[in-house]
Design a protein around this ligand. Structure first.
Ligand SMILES: Cc1cc2nc3c(=O)[nH]c(=O)nc-3n(C[C@H](O)[C@H](O)[C@H](O)COP(=O)(O)OP(=O)(O)OC[C@H]3O[C@@H](n4cnc5c(N)ncnc54)[C@H](O)[C@@H]3O)c2cc1C
Length: 472
């Protein structure tokens, strides 16, 4: 028996894409290597604490996230970031310095030197890049230093991209990670001027509203999975895909084989590279060039009286020039209710990424020691934590380096060279959960169109075949 679409990888991207295709009446099966679907999005209760192994928040202002959450019935149960979590801290000379929550907070605080603040204000007078229309691609560091000055880039932008992408400003392509900034410079000649004018034009509607659920971000893959029940095969690591005249044979080793009219690769890029080696070398090379350095999450629970710092904010970020081991941390129990038992607090630290890949790969015991030292020095945390848990992501977040746009184009044109084969995932157009949902929805439309055009528009209001349909 053949199905319409085999989705390889059951993270947020694969699940969202399969959810859409199933709703469109396509027979779809998700093959997931792990024992549970969800990929990075794992929430775990440890005693009364809630540890997020991956994402902690979803930006619920993004249009696609709004649609998914409403369709899944998750909107009503969602809660937004607590008012006490608006303040952000940055580390300066080994001390946490709070920035006021409003956008101009950076100017009213003494975090940046007066000279650096003046330099940021002078952005409005910095001429547009002369070869802005030429192909010369800039890194985030080059772009931001040119427009806002070195100190702002080192002390604000670099830690910010460390938090968002586990990346380095000097390693990421500005057109890949901040296309809106490049566009503002191109259209208005200045980011500040462009931001004010475009904000006026959209009525000040843009912004972000970070949300989660009582059970954590795991609520999202759970809701997607329950809608797909019967269509997800866990413990099925796909080893090979073979194009045939009438579709593809998908080989998941001892878990079985499956014939599908179309295949979507929704795995991490290094797996995409491996699976495409014998199918399309061009796309395999493009995926293989996207690095995803190791990242580790250290989740700590303390009694409230063990931590001196009020934890009155979202968390802190550390600029690389501070030379600390930790990239930053979230004050989880301030962000959302239910993250720590009464009288306790929860803090989550991040190590590794592009800044220090070796740290992301350290053994759990060594990371616990490093996190304890950092929390002691920066937050005044004393004594044995109540909970100390480490999660390793050997392939952390994909790095959108110089040339990323070309790699994405090569991957997205895969279907032109191998009809019926598609990719989706966090290495294409943004790493955030809403970005993944958006790319998945758009890819699902293209897959649906392909199946309709190639095989006729016969849709079945049926459940996808159960596991028994996998041929042994
Ligand atoms: C520590 C961390 C913190 C983050 N914080 C946030 C945040 O706060 N907010 C936010 O919006 N985003 C955050 N992100 C980013 C976001 O969580 C991810 O980009 C997103 O979840 C990735 O989803 P995905 O489905 O594209 O990939 P993945 O989650 O990597 O899923 C890929 C799936 O493919 C499976 N797979 C791999 N090989 C095979 C195979 N051969 N056969 C079958 N299955 C296979 C894997 O097991 C996995 O389940 C964070 C990410 C991390 C790691």
């Amino acid at each position: 028996m053949s199905i319409d679409v085999a989705v390889i990888g059951g993270g947020i991207s694969g699940l969202a894409l399969a959810y859409d295709l199933k709703r469109q009446g396509r027979r779809v099966t998700v093959l997931e290597r792990q024992a549970n679907a969800g990929g990075n999005a794992v929430s775990e209760r440890i005693g009364g604490f809630l540890m997020e192994h991956g994402p902690s928040t979803v930006n619920a202002t993004s249009a696609v996230a709004v649609d998914f959450l409403r369709e899944l019935g998750l909107d009503a149960e969602r809660f937004d970031l607590g008012a006490g979590a608006r303040r952000r801290y940055l580390v300066k000379r080994g001390v946490l310095q709070g920035l006021p929550a409003h956008p101009l907070g950076i100017f009213t605080s003494s975090y940046l030197s007066p000279r650096a603040r003046l330099r940021v204000l002078a952005e409005i007078a910095v001429p547009r890049r002369r070869d802005a229309d030429a192909s010369g691609e800039e890194t985030v560091a080059q772009f931001c230093t040119r427009r806002f000055g070195r100190e702002f880039t080192e002390r604000v932008i670099d830690p910010f991209v460390g938090g968002l992408y586990a990346g380095r400003a000097a390693g990421l392509s500005v057109s890949a990670v901040f296309p809106k900034l490049v566009d503002l410079e191109r259209r208005f000649g200045s980011i500040a001027r462009g931001a004010v004018l475009s904000r006026r034009a959209d009525g000040g509607m843009s912004g972000s509203r970070l949300s989660s659920w009582n059970t954590g971000i795991g609520a999202l893959p759970k809701a997607l999975s329950s809608d797909l029940s019967g269509a997800i095969r866990t413990g099925a690591a796909v080893r090979r895909i073979q194009p045939l005249a009438d579709g593809f044979m998908v080989d998941a080793g001892s878990a079985g084989r499956l014939h599908a009219r179309s295949v979507v690769l929704a795995t991490q890029p290094h797996i995409v590279a491996r699976l495409l080696e014998d199918v399309d070398q061009e796309a395999a090379a493009a995926a293989g060039a996207i690095a995803a350095p190791p990242l580790a999450v250290a989740f700590f629970g303390y009694r409230r009286d063990q931590v001196e710092h009020p934890l009155d904010g979202f968390g802190f970020l550390t600029p690389a020039c501070e030379r600390r081991t930790i990239n930053g941390a979230l004050f989880c129990s301030t962000m959302f209710p239910g993250r720590a038992p009464e009288g306790s607090v929860a803090i989550c630290g991040y190590f590794g990424g592009a800044r220090a890949p070796d740290l992301g790969a350290l053994a759990a015991g060594a990371l616990v020691d490093l996190a304890r030292e950092e929390f002691r020095d920066l937050l005044g945390a004393r004594g044995e934590p109540v909970v100390a848990r480490v999660r390793h992501w050997p392939q952390g977040l994909p790095q959108y380096g110089i040339g990323h746009g070309k790699a994405v184009a090569t991957l997205e044109q895969l279907g032109d060279r191998v009809p019926g084969l598609f990719v989706t995932g966090n290495y294409l157009h943004g790493v955030s959960v809403p970005d993944c949902l958006g790319v998945a929805r758009e890819t699902a439309s293209r897959v649906d169109l392909f199946v309709a055009e190639r095989f006729g528009d016969r849709r079945e209001p049926v459940e996808a075949p159960s596991f028994s349909a996998l041929r042994q």
